[in-house]
Each structure stands twice: as structure tokens, then as C-alpha cells.
Design a protein around this ligand. Structure first.
Ligand code: PRX
Length: 659
């Protein structure tokens, strides 16, 4: 289905599903009246709303004096000034006293089915204290940065919480990124220590990770020490003066208490790099008090998390979804969070459903791309397992097409479970638009309504609120506690990216419309960011990787609609004068990008071209390139500014030859 057609189906989607758990009076937001009352209260007086919310959800060492100080024109946002707290204390210590000491905090399912580890709150506390003591003993202090480049193993959340405990700022780098990507991020955040592992287990393979870390660290002078978890038992090259095995760093005495550092509300908790439309990935900064309040608040309201639930978010901790909805949100609430190391399709396409049955999962949160991929495998895989424990289903990362939504409902949700389609971003820290499972009538493909405390709107190109059903830019008009506080070491980029086009508002970069019921329908990015399987990639990054190859003179990258991935990467490449087009070179370029950025950035299609469609002033017309990649033969809009309109035909012919 083409992009256009998908949007058309979404525009015509009329079905409404009333909440089946309506009447579940014990839900955190039991019905629509409760949602509306909360929303109104939060808009009438956002500061008291959030002050009350944070007092309910967190244990502050010193209570905040003011809720909010802000000025989007600087921009500056400060939540809960005067308050002090520690995030790891809130996620661990306080649960030791409130009856949850022996409750499972983290259930870890490794890729091999027999690899299961369960950590009660007491056990997790002990492991986090131990690793925090390791970091402290190695000279990591409050305000230092620590890079984590690790597979989905328990040591990853343990390391995150250990950093939080001693006031160090963690920066998790997804283990699927290349050595170069890791290096760029470490150089930018100037990490003092890197924590990594020997290898990643994925789909039955053992993929070495430590060599990437070594390659990255060759040009990272700030990193003096590297701690390595043995996941696969590989015999890796260790540099004695720099490297230490995780298990060798930990001595018994380390397991004693490690006093949590007292942090100001606005002290940074972590940096997470994300792609933008220009330049290198930017380090999004989240701070302690506001982020934790928001992660906890949204986990509670959107998933209706209860004490007895087994809650499973299938994301990787290398992305924001893993930060907020595997680690900080559920643990802050004292929940049981399931963490999975493997992939949905290995050893067979029922892996997820088998895990749901094995642990009696109640709340399941995944991405549309996973649903679409599993849908293709056929319903027999879902029928093999008892999925009756499920109560709430979630979706995140990209718009979910109504077809996938209905499949999710029918085959995973017993035809009646609420599906919360959650719209948010790395920058927002937590969910911004979503249904509440017991309250909100659902429309397939719509993320529905803003969460309490979120003043979100759609504006036209001039910044005026768009009338119902008219597409426009998604903006947020007031701060919310989970919002980013900056781009690491780059205040200009912070201002320029989010606050310059529409003064006084946060610009999300997404296009959306609101229907007559006020429901949001998010259409996707309006900038040069593409969304491949829910992963955000900047086209500029991929282009700069391609042109770094000696054979490439120029490159333009666009997203092409893809049935499973949402979008896939399509690159137009102009070779240098003496270079020959060949299949080998195409393969080489793919490998090159994998090495420069990581496998997720490798273009699926590479079209060699003689010329790109450019305006007379030399600007590439990406709109035209997107249409050609999608196989659209007309509807190019105004091409009168094209220097050479004949380029379009040549590129179309080239595409036809290639596909
Ligand atoms: O375009 C939106 C899309 O993903 C972008 C954010 O990507 P990232 O920062 O990597 O965070 C992903 C996980 C929160 C958004 O700008 N997006 C995310 N969720 C949805 C979505 N688009 C439509 N519907 C969603 N539910």
C-alpha cells in the first residue's frame, strides 16, 4: 500500500470501539468522566496538578518549592525547583519498606528459553548498590557521564540505576549501532567509563560487541576504563590497563549499601542520542524530578499498572521506550517489569506469545512493525498459546495502520482488549497522546487524546491553531515535566530545532490532524527524518555516511513505504567521475553504511543516478525523490523550479530497471 493510500484509509477510518473494561472501577482512570475531569483540572491549573502528581508518585528528600519556571523563548524549563531526590532510591529503596521487598522487580528472559533471571526489589537493590560502589570506587562522581553499550541483559538496567544512584549521567547507546556511532556519542558526551559486553545474542547468533567498543575507544581519550559483562563466554581481547570484567570488578564487600546521592530536581539523569533532520545525532538531556514524575505518571495512567501485573514492554533499553517503560516508569511504581533479550521471530514466530503464556503477562507494549511482521506469519502461531492473561495492549513508534490494529485486537486482544496507541518522542520523555484503557473509546489508527497535563495542538504554517480535520504541525504549548531540558552542550541547536519555527511552542516535527471529536491522527514526520521499524533515522546522517565513501560524489536518501517496516531506506547515489556502477559496489556501499552507522541504517535500495532533481538554486527536491522511490508516476506538484525536468523521467526509468 502506498503512503498516500495508507493516509486515505486512515482518513476514512470511522470505527469506534467502546472500552470493554468500562466499569472497571479500580482502574486508575476508570471512565471518560474521570479523564475529562483530570484533563480540565490539569489545564486550569497545571502547576498544582503536577505538584500534586509528583507528591503522590515520588518520595522527595526535600519537597519542591515551586512547580514550574519556564520561558520557551530562551528556552528554559525548570520543574520542581528546590526539591531534592534520587531516582534509584525511588525505583528501589522505598519499595523495600512498602511491602514489595520480595516482589519481582525485574523478570529477565534471555534469548535461550532456559535463561531466566528474576530479581526481587531486594535483589535488584543489592545489585545496583554493588555496581554503584564499583563506579564510585573507580572515581565516577556526580555529574560525570557513563556510556552503556550493552545487550538486553539485566546488567544494563542495573548499570543505569547504579549511575542514577551516584548522580552520574548515563548515556545508553543501542548495541546495534556501529563502532563509529558509539565513538561519536562518547566523544560528544565525554564519558569517563564505558560499560559493554563481550557479545550480543540475537536470533541464534553470537555477535561480538567488544571489538566495536575497542574500535570506538581508540579515539575516545576521556574513557579511561571499560567494564565488560561476559554474556556469551567469549574469549575477548582485554587491555589490562583499561578493561575489567564486570564479575571481577564486583567483590562481596561491594554488595553493601551505597548511599544514594542527593540530586536537585533539575540535575541531569541521562543523555540519549537521537537523530534529527540535520547534522549528527543530538544528545537529548532529561533531568531527574520531572522525568521520573512523568515516566511514573504515564505508566500508571496509560497502562493502568497494578501491583499484581506482569508488565512487558518489548523495546530495547537503547531507546527512550526502554528507559521510560522498562526501567524508570514501572520500577518507580513498584511494578514487575519483564525484559526480553531476543527477537519476535526466533526460534519461531510465536516467541512473544509463548513468553506471554509462560509469565502470564497482563500488559503488553510493542511496535506496529512487530505486529505487521507477526501478522504475516499467520494466526496459527497466536493460537498455540494461552493469551488469556492479557488485559491491556499498547503500540508505539509509528502510526499503526487500521489493518494491523484490528489484527492485534482480534488475535492478541481476544477481540475486546483496549489497545493504547501511544504517541511520543525521545524528547518528550514519556507518552503524550494515548487512550486510557478503561476510559477512552478507541478509533483504529488514532492515538486518541492528550494525557492530563499535556497542552498539545495542531497549527498551520503560521502557527495558528488548525480547524478540525485540517492537517498541520503538532506542537505543545506548555511545558510538561518529562520534556527534554536541552541538547547536550548545544543550546543553539535546542532552540533552533524545537522553539524557533513557532515561537512560544515546542515543535514536535510531526504532521497530524484532529477530527471532530478532538482525536489526534498522527501522519508522520514533516522533516527529513524517516521511521524504519519504529527507529528514527536522519536522512542527512545516512547521506553523509554514503558520501564519505571514496566512490560516491553525491547522495540523497529518502523513506520509501514498506508493508512491514513502515518505511525503508532508499538512496540515490551519484558516483565519482571514474567510478563504475556495479552490484558489488552497491553491496559495498551497504556494508559501508552498516559500519559507519549500524545495520538499521543500511539502505535497502540504492539507485545509481546521473543527476538529482534540483531547483535552480541547487536545492535537492526531496519531495520528488520520495514520490519516485514510492513508484508514484504523477502528482509531483509544482516542478517549475526544477533546473532540468527531464531528470524525473531518467530517475523513474532507473527505478524501473532496478526493481
Ligand atoms: O514520528 C513520530 C513517531 O516516532 C517519532 C519519535 O521517535 P523516537 O524519538 O525514536 O521515539 C520513538 C518512541 C517514542 C515521532 O516523532 N511516533 C512515535 N509513536 C507514534 C509515532 N507516530 C505515530 N503514532 C505513534 N503512536
Amino acid at each position: 500500500m502506498s503512503d498516500e493510500m495508507k493516509i486515505q484509509t486512515m482518513m476514512h477510518e470511522q470505527r469506534v470501539f467502546e472500552p470493554s473494561t468500562n466499569g472497571s472501577k479500580d482502574a486508575h482512570v476508570p471512565d471518560m468522566d474521570a479523564y475529562e475531569a483530570l484533563y480540565k483540572q490539569s489545564m486550569d491549573d497545571p502547576e498544582s496538578f503536577w505538584m500534586q502528581r509528583t507528591q503522590e508518585l515520588l518520595d522527595w528528600k526535600t519537597s519542591p518549592e515551586t512547580a514550574l519556571e519556564w520561558d520557551f523563548s530562551i528556552p528554559e524549563i525548570k520543574w520542581f525547583q528546590g526539591g531534592t531526590l534520587n531516582a534509584s532510591y525511588n525505583c528501589l529503596d522505598r519499595h523495600l519498606e512498602n511491602g514489595r521487598r520480595n516482589k519481582a522487580a525485574l523478570i529477565w528472559q534471555g534469548e535461550p528459553d532456559e535463561d531466566v533471571r528474576v530479581f526481587t526489589y531486594q535483589m535488584l537493590h543489592s545489585e545496583v548498590c554493588a555496581f554503584a560502589n564499583v563506579l564510585r570506587s573507580r572515581g565516577v562522581k556526580k555529574g560525570d557521564t557513563v556510556a552503556l553499550y550493552m545487550p538486553m541483559i539485566p546488567e544494563l538496567p542495573i548499570a543505569m540505576l547504579a549511575c542514577a544512584r551516584i548522580g552520574a549521567i548515563h548515556s545508553v547507546v543501542f548495541a546495534g549501532f556501529s563502532a563509529m556511532s558509539l565513538q561519536n556519542r562518547i566523544q560528544d558526551c565525554e564519558a569517563k567509563i564505558l560499560v559493554t559486553a563481550d557479545a550480543v545474542l540475537r536470533a541464534g547468533r553470537t555477535i561480538p560487541l567488544k571489538p566495536n567498543a575497542d574500535e570506538a575507544l581508540a579515539a575516545c581519550p576521556t574513557v579511561k576504563q571499560c567494564i565488560v559483562v561476559s554474556r556469551a563466554g567469549l574469549d575477548v581481547d582485554m587491555k589490562p590497563e583499561r578493561d575489567c570484567w564486570w564479575h571481577d570488578c564486583l567483590t562481596d564487600s561491594m554488595h553493601s549499601e551505597c548511599s544514594p546521592e542527593v540530586m536537585d530536581a533539575e540535575d541531569p539523569l541521562f543523555i540519549l542520542y537521537t537523530s534529527g533532520s540535520t547534522g549528527k545525532p543530538k544528545g537529548v538531556v532529561h533531568t531527574t524530578g520531572g522525568y521520573l514524575t512523568y515516566a511514573a505518571s504515564t505508566t500508571q495512567q496509560v497502562f493502568d499498572l497494578k501491583d499484581n501485573d506482569v508488565y512487558w514492554c518489548t523495546a530495547d533499553c537503547g531507546w527512550i521506550t526502554g528507559h521510560s517503560y522498562i526501567v524508570y516508569g514501572p520500577l518507580c511504581l513498584g511494578g514487575t517489569s519483564l525484559m526480553f533479550e531476543g527477537v519476535p521471530s526466533w526460534p519461531a514466530p510465536d516467541r512473544f506469545w509463548q513468553i506471554v503464556e509462560k509469565f502470564g503477562v497482563n500488559i503488553f507494549y510493542t511496535a506496529p512493525t512487530v505486529i505487521r511482521a507477526l501478522m504475516r506469519e499467520g494466526v496459527e502461531w497466536t493460537r498455540r498459546h494461552d493469551l488469556s492473561s492479557l488485559r491491556v495492549l499498547g503500540s508505539v513508534g509509528e502510526p499503526i495502520n487500521p489493518e494491523a490494529w484490528i489484527w492485534y485486537l482480534e488475535h492478541i486482544g481476544h477481540g475486546k482488549l483496549p489497545i493504547v496507541d501511544t504517541w511520543w518522542q525521545t524528547e518528550t520523555g514519556g507518552i503524550m497522546i494515548s487512550a486510557m484503557p478503561a476510559a477512552t473509546p478507541l478509533k483504529p489508527g488514532s492515538a486518541t487524546l492528550p494525557l492530563p497535563g499535556v497542552d498539545i495542538a495542531i497549527v498551520d504554517d503560521n502557527g495558528n491553531e488548525a480547524p478540525p480535520n485540517q492537517g498541520g504541525h503538532l506542537v505543545v504549548r506548555k511545558p510538561w515535566p518529562g520534556m527534554l531540558r536541552g541538547v547536550w552542550k548545544n543550546p543553539e541547536r535546542f532552540k533552533e530545532t524545537y522553539f524557533s519555527r513557532f515561537p512560544g511552542m515546542y515543535e514536535a516535527g510531526d504532521g497530524a490532524r484532529r477530527d471532530d471529536d478532538g482525536y489526534f491522527w498522527v501522519m508522520g514526520r514533516l522533516d527529513d527524518v524517516i521511521n524504519v521499524s519504529g527507529h528514527r533515522m536522519g536522512t542527512a546522517e545516512i547521506e553523509s555516511a554514503l558520501v564519505a565513501h571514496p566512490a560516491v560524489a553525491e547522495a540523497a536518501v529518502v523513506g520509501m513505504p514498506h508493508d512491514v517496516k513502515g518505511e525503508t531506506i532508499y538512496a540515490y547515489v551519484i558516483l565519482g567521475a571514474d567510478e563504475e556502477e556495479s552490484d558489488e559496489l552497491m553491496k559495498e556501499l551497504r556494508v559501508w553504511v552498516r559500519k559507519e552507522i549500524g545495520p538499521i541504517a543500511a539502505p535497502e535500495f540504492i539507485q545509481f543516478a546521473d543527476e538529482l532533481p534540483k531547483t535552480r538554486s541547487g536545492k535537492i527536491m526531496r519531495r520528488v525523490l520520495r514520490k519516485i522511490a514510492a513508484g508514484i508516476r504523477d502528482e509531483f506538484g509544482d516542478t517549475s523550479t526544477l533546473a532540468d525536468p527531464g531528470v524525473i523521467i531518467d530517475l523513474q526509468d532507473g527505478r524501473d530497471d532496478m526493481l
